[in-house]
Each structure stands twice: as C-alpha cells, then as structure tokens.
Design a protein around this ligand. Structure first.
Ligand code: GYE
Length: 358
C-alpha cells in the first residue's frame, strides 16, 4: 500500500470509530502524515494545563442551606450560532430538571455586559456563577470580586487568561487547539497535501478563535505545499462568514482550493457564497469547519461541506454537576475536557442528521 492509501485507510477507520478522542486521532495521524509535527516551542501558555485535570479543593465557598434551592447566575455571550443556542438550552433545561433557580443574562457579544451581569449576580448573592466568557482577557477584577464574595465561578466552553487559577473553580470545554489540528489533518488528506486555503476566523480574542487558528496553522506550517492565502474574522456568524467568503472569492477566485471556518455557521455562509459565485462546494472548493451542528451534518450528506469536527454544546449536566460538587465542598478538576469526534462523508448519514438535537 502506498503512503496516501495507507493514510486514507487509517483516517477512514479513525473517523468511523465514534467517540474516539481527538488526542488519539492526532497522535496517530501525526506519525503517518509526516507534516505538521508538534512545534519545538510550547505553543502559548495554555489557559488550562494538563496536570490541572486533577481535582483541587475550592477556596472559601459559602455553603447554601441544604433545604433551599440553589441560585445560579449564568452569563451567556449571546446567540451568534446554532451551537450557542444549543448550549443555552442545555444549561436552562438542566437547571429546570434540578430545581435550580437560574438567573440568565444574555450579553449580546459584549464583555462589558458580561462584567455587569457578574457584578449584579454578586450583589444578589447567588450561590454560584456560570460564565461563558466572550474573550480570554480582562476578567481578573470581576473574578476577584466573585472570589472575595465566596461565590465560585464555573467557566463553560471558553477559557480565560488569568495569572491566578484560583479565580475560577473549573473550566468545562473542548480542546480547541486539537480541533484545529484535526481540521488541518483532514484537509491535508483531502487535498493530497497541496492547495491554497482561506481561513474564516471566529470572534477576535476569543479562546476558540485563538486556539483553532493556532492548532490549524501549526499543522499547515509543517506541510510545504499547503498554504493559507487569506484569513479574516467572520465573528462566528453565518451572514458574516458569507460576506468574508465573497470578499475572498473576489480577490482570489479560482485560486482557492479550500475553506477552513472556525465554526459551522460561517462555513454554511461561505458555502452559500461559493454557490452564488457559480462554483460547486465540495468539488471546486473543499470546506471544513467545527461544531457538528445539525445543518452542518446535513451539508455533509449533501456533499457541500467536507467535514465538521464536533464541539459538544450540551454542557448543562456537566456544569451543574460541577456547581453541586463545589457547593458540597468536594474537589473538582480544574479542567473538564469534553470529548468530541469528527464527522465527514464516511460516517454521516441522514440517520445521523435526524438524530442530532441541535
Ligand atoms: O464553536 C461557535 C460559537 O465557544 C465553543 O462559540 C464555542 C464557539 C462555537 O459561537 O459556534
């Protein structure tokens, strides 16, 4: 068997195996693909370190009275994507199931609104806060206020960049760097190692945009015949993904072989732009993205989207498990990693689509 056939066979087997961890997929692929080896330098100070997966006890958390329902404040980013809407629903419905009194605040993509919401939760003396931080930086003052008030903060889906880990109790999220690497390896395989890629990035300064870019570019840097010719933010929005792709097509036209979008919504917008430009997505231009939402799985079945790396948004159960453990004085891991999988034409059918909740 030649190397390409071997690589294909390997990838096929790997994608077919549901629930396989990205880490496992990548370590095998890194050996076989031969490009995109891990960089010599450690890539950014990770928001969360591996060794932090060990349970750690929490600093002075006020224990609620056990006969009363707990009150939790949830500061959500907004509703920019189908992924985000699914996450909101998961947290709201899990709160209802557990009889938690949930105070919900939608920040409409603005960090200042999230900071205001957190201050209001602190003033209302909630038992715990769940925060999905829009960007990585700028959280220290308000997180200190929460810690001083004895209110634990559980981060969901995006990490923060803080000098002191004790400012939050735990982070429940996918490994975005690995998602980016997996997208690049899939594309390498699809393009037989060569081609020009355009990248549609997520919200500037957000953990998934930073890390998905880093993981993807790290692999591409090791592939001499793969090039990223354009890169721009589409803010995780379908309409903006389309706009950015229109501009890319205007500037580069037929030079573009592939699109890497940091989420499915932007990829679906880009697919629309490709069709409107008279080209065939999946044939003239290959598209790969991240999230694994229902519409993306449908596009995979239709052949317009090549692959989507799942990022599981159903974080409600894990978030409230963490809140309850912390309030019970139990130790929780500093990072709770959510397992994801890759979807492409080999493992996605109409049945997969209809089984998808979001
Ligand atoms: O991938 C994207 C969204 O933070 C993981 O945010 C999340 C990302 C998700 O809007 O669709």
């Amino acid at each position: 068997m030649n190397t390409v056939a071997m690589r294909k066979g390997l990838l096929n087997r790997l994608v077919l195996k549901r629930g396989v961890s990205l880490l496992l997929v990548l370590s095998v692929l890194a050996l076989v693909v031969g490009c995109g080896k891990a960089p010599e330098q450690p890539v950014k100070k990770q928001t969360v370190k591996q060794e932090s997966e060990r349970p750690v006890s929490q600093p002075q958390v006020k224990q609620p009275r056990s006969d009363e329902p707990i009150t939790v404040g949830f500061s959500q980013i907004g509703a920019e994507s189908a992924w985000r809407t699914a996450e909101t629903k998961s947290i709201q419905s899990e709160a209802a199931v557990r009889g938690v009194n949930l105070k919900f605040s939608d920040a409409q993509q603005k960090q200042e609104n999230q900071i205001k919401a957190l201050r209001s939760f602190i003033a209302q003396k909630v038992d715990a806060i769940i925060l999905a931080p829009v960007v990585e930086t700028g959280w220290e003052p308000v997180l200190k206020e929460a810690r001083d008030a004895g209110i634990p903060v559980v981060l969901v889906d995006r990490g923060v960049n803080v000098s002191d880990d004790s400012l939050y109790a735990t982070l429940i999220a996918s490994d975005f760097v690995e998602e980016g690497r997996l997208a690049a390896h899939w594309l390498y395989d699809k393009l037989d190692g060569k081609g020009s890629i355009v990248q549609i990035e997520g919200t500037p300064g957000s953990a998934p945009a930073i890390d998905r870019k880093r993981g993807f570019e790290e692999v591409v840097a090791g592939c001499p015949e793969l090039k990223i010719i354009k890169s721009q933010s589409g803010d995780f929005l379908r309409a903006k993904g389309k706009e950015v792709m229109e501009a890319f097509l205007k500037a580069e036209g037929k030079n573009i072989n592939a699109v890497y979008a940091h989420n499915d919504d932007m990829a679906l917008g880009a697919i629309q732009a490709i069709i409107e430009a008279g080209m065939v997505p999946g044939q003239d231009i290959v598209v790969v993205s991240i999230d694994g939402i229902k519409d993306a799985l449908q596009a995979i079945v239709e052949g317009t989207l090549g692959a989507s790396i799942e990022c599981n948004p159903l974080l409600g159960p894990k978030a409230f498990d963490a809140v309850e453990s912390i309030l019970a004085g139990e130790a929780v891991p500093k990072k709770i990693t959510v397992a994801d999988q890759l979807f492409d034409g080999l493992n996605t059918s109409m049945e997969t689509v209809s089984g998808r909740e979001y």
